[in-house]
Each structure stands twice: as C-alpha cells, then as structure tokens.
Design a binder for this molecule. Structure first.
Ligand code: PLP
Length: 440
C-alpha cells in the first residue's frame, strides 16, 4: 500500500500522547521532513526548531552520520537477543558512554526511553540495598514538580499533579522534597541565589522515617518539564552531602540535561556534583531511535557481581535493551557531538542565548525569564481563570509565524539543537517578542 506522507485521510485512530486530541485534529500541525535546524510542514512551511524536537535532537535533524550508521546496522544485524547473548555494538556504546560520564560512573544499563531508565534506576536502588543486606531501605524520595516519565515509579516520585491525580494510589513509601521554583529568584540569569536550604528538607524526611528506611533520592539536576527550574546555588551539593551522610543513593535524572544541553556532557559535570546513578535517553541517539541508559557507579555494579557466577545478578531488562540499531545510532550520535564539539558549542552560545532571552524582560505578560546552557523559559502571567491558555495561544501563534516552541502550564520552554546559530536565536526571540506584543 502506498503511503502518502502528506495527507493522512483520517486522524481519528491515533490517540495522541500528551495532546489535546480534539483541538489538534480540528487544526492539525503535521511535520513532513526535517533538516538541521528546521522542520518542514505538510503544507510546505519551514519551521525553526526551538525545542530540539522534544529536548532530544541535540545535533539537529537528519544528520548524515547518524542516518548512515542506522542504515548500515539495520542491514547487517537487525536484532540480537539481549538476555544471555550480546553483540559488539552495545558494548562499544556502553564504553563510549562511560568515557564521557563523570569519574566513578562506569557502567551502563540500556533501556528504551527516559521513563524506562527511571524505573530501572529505582529498581536498581532497591535491589542494591537488598544485596548489601540493607533490605529495610525501600523508601524513595522525589521532588515536587519533578518529571520522571510516565510509568508508575516515575509518576510516584514525580511531582506534577496532572500526571499523578488520575492514576490511583501510585507506589507506597514515597516522599517529596519541596520544589525550588521561588518568586524571589525571578529574572535570575543562570543559577539562582535563593533556595539551597530547601535541600535540608531531606534531613527532615530522614528524621521522620529513619535513614535506614530510605533507598534513594531522585531529582532532575535542572527540572525541564515543569518549566526550566534551575537548582539554587549550592543546592545539589547539599543533597549530595546529606544523601552520602545517611547512606542514601542519589539519582540524577539527566534525560533532558544529558548530552550537552547545559554545555557539558552531563549536568553532573556542569554543576560539579556526582550522583550514584544517572538516567539518560533522548539525546543519547539524537532522538532518532528510542533508547535510554542508566549510568551507574562501579560500587553499585560491583555490589551485584557476587554469588554464583552462573546466576543472573539482576532480574531486569527489556527485549530491546541495547538494540543493535539503536546502539549504532548512539555511537554515531556521540561521534557527531565530539567531531563538531557540540557540548562546547552549547557553552559558547549560552551567553548570547541568555542575553536574547532576558531581552524579553518587560515584554507584555512576562513575569520571569530563566536560562541555563541552551535552555530557556519565559513565564507568563496566566489569563485570569484560564491557566495554560495564554501560553498555549503563544505556542499556536509562534508556530504560525514559523517557530516551534513548547509550553508547560503558562511557561514557554525552549531547548534548541546545539547547532543553533545566532541568527536563529534572533529569529526565535524576535518572533516570541512579536507574539507577546499582540497576545491576549
Ligand atoms: C527528566 C525526564 N525524565 C524522564 C523523562 C521521560 O522520558 P520518555 O518520554 O523518553 O519516557 C523525561 C521526558 O521528558 C524527562 O524530561
């Protein structure tokens, strides 16, 4: 059957994720192709990608090296079972990942998404304590406004009410740290001054339950999905100190912050704080093939490598863990990042990006601007009685004017591919300025 890529004859069957389905299907926004910094729509328009797809196409779109690696791999070894079998490509990718990870993080467990990376990390945390004879450590600590994907572990430790309220009782034994979205930090360039003390809330939770009941704390080093909430200065180090003091594992969810977004390979290096585990996905394959990885410390890995050698050490894994085609995409992606020095490029562009974003201070409806690396957020005053609508209208108008942004609540969030040029930044911010000037 020939597939006309431009004109689906019916939009009904596909129940779209995290989408206002009825609204979308009345006025669809369909993308037909992409190249570097741009999407091209089915109605023939060029749209500047201000979001790297969904925080994932860090090297830009349809990059030849990645495309060719996938084509070659799929023709050579399309699939290999990952349980009790292996293939060289996944091992190679694991080596290359730990090469760019912080010191001491030296093993990779492959998954297929950020959500699966989170579930995997939480399970490893529980099993790690159990393997060490500390099976009472079952409690998991997340943070308000955290986003850790959509599976049960992730929404339990996550802190976005709409992602939680419809889905029953979630995991038992989960507590939350307070979020760090503080009004006194409005319009801060980079890391805010206020709020490091909020990490001390972990001491309160420890005092409430006893350290011996707590397995792990998971946070995004920089909260992306909640609308770009940066860690206050000193906050992550305090979390590190308190977790270490009490024998609690610290997990950084680097699904968004990994692979150069903040100007270093990982946020961990950017902020100079090393967790025990890091969850990744998205930029790992430039978003091209679904894949995630949990990066873990040698100490955690070694804890499992005991007992009879013929025994499986961790009863966990996915049919597509370390899939050959995804692994080939991952290797080609990491090579592209390195050859084009894209992490360094993000750091070099960050000051220009920061200035451009903060030029919107004083624009209509703007109540905060936040930035780090090549991430930016513009927070709008909500329309009275209609939260989210003003920002969503901005998104629709911006798309009509040829730029793709994202909104979450009343916050415009941007995370362009790391290959962005200054004129693209000017176009993005200029267009948002125009939209805000006329927006209700
Ligand atoms: C920090 C974080 N964790 C986990 C996820 C979930 O990733 P996925 O949508 O690939 O399951 C996301 C997605 O945006 C994320 O931002």
């Amino acid at each position: 059957m020939a597939l006309d890529r431009n004109t689906p004859n019916d939009l009904n069957a596909f129940w779209m994720p995290f989408t206002a389905n009825r609204q979308f299907k009345k006025a669809p926004r369909l993308l037909a192709s992409a190249k570097d910094m741009h999407y091209f729509t089915t109605d023939g328009r060029q749209v500047l990608d201000g979001t790297a797809g969904l925080w994932c196409c860090n090297a830009g779109h349809c990059r030849p090296k990645i495309t060719e690696a996938i084509q070659k791999q799929v023709a050579e070894l399309d699939y290999a079972p990952p349980f009790q079998m292996g293939h060289p490509v996944a091992f190679e990718l694991a080596n290359r990942l730990v090469d760019i990870a912080p010191e001491g993080i030296d093993h990779a467990f492959f998954t297929n998404s950020g959500s699966e990376s989170v579930e995997t990390a939480l399970k490893i945390a529980l099993a790690y304590h159990r393997a060490r004879g500390e099976g009472t450590r079952t409690r998991l600590i997340g943070r308000e406004k955290g986003y850790h994907g959509v599976n049960f572990g992730g929404i339990s430790v996550g802190g976005l009410v709409n992602n939680r309220r419809m889905f029953g009782t979630l995991l038992a034994g989960v507590d939350h740290l307070p979020h760090t979205h503080l009004p006194e930090n409005a319009f801060t360039r980079g890391q805010p001054e206020h709020g490091a003390n909020l990490a001390d809330e972990l001491e309160r939770i420890v005092a409430l339950h006893g350290a011996e009941t707590i397995a792990a704390v998971i946070v995004e080093p920089m909260s992306g999905s909640a609308g770009v909430i940066l860690p206050p200065k000193g906050y992550l180090q305090r979390l590190r100190d308190i977790t270490k003091k009490h024998g609690i594992l610290l997990i950084f969810d680097e699904v968004i912050t990994g692979f150069g977004r903040l100007g270093s390979a990982f946020a961990s290096q950017h902020y100079g704080v090393t967790p025990d585990m890091m969850t990744t996905a998205k930029g790992l394959t430039n978003g091209v093939i679904p894949m995630g990885a949990v990066l873990v410390s040698g100490e955690i890995y070694d804890t499992f490598m005991t007992g009879p050698e013929h025994m499986i050490e961790l009863f966990h894994g996915y049919t597509y863990s370390g899939n050959p085609v995804a692994s080939a995409a991952g290797i080609a992606t990491l090579e592209t990042y390195r050859e084009e020095a894209l992490f360094e490029r993000a750091a070099e562009m960050a000051p220009y990006w920061e200035d451009a974003l903060h030029s919107l201070k004083g624009a209509r409806h703007v109540i905060d601007v936040r930035n780090t690396g090549l991430v930016g957020a513009i927070e709008l005053e909500p329309l009275p009685g209609e939260p989210t609508k003003r920002a969503f209208n901005a998104f629709l108008q911006a798309y009509e004017k040829g730029i793709l942004i994202r909104t979450t609540g009343d916050i415009i969030a941007m995370s362009p591919p790391l290959i962005i040029e200054k004129e693209h930044i000017d176009q993005l911010i200029g267009t948002i300025g125009e939209v805000l000037a006329t927006l209700d």
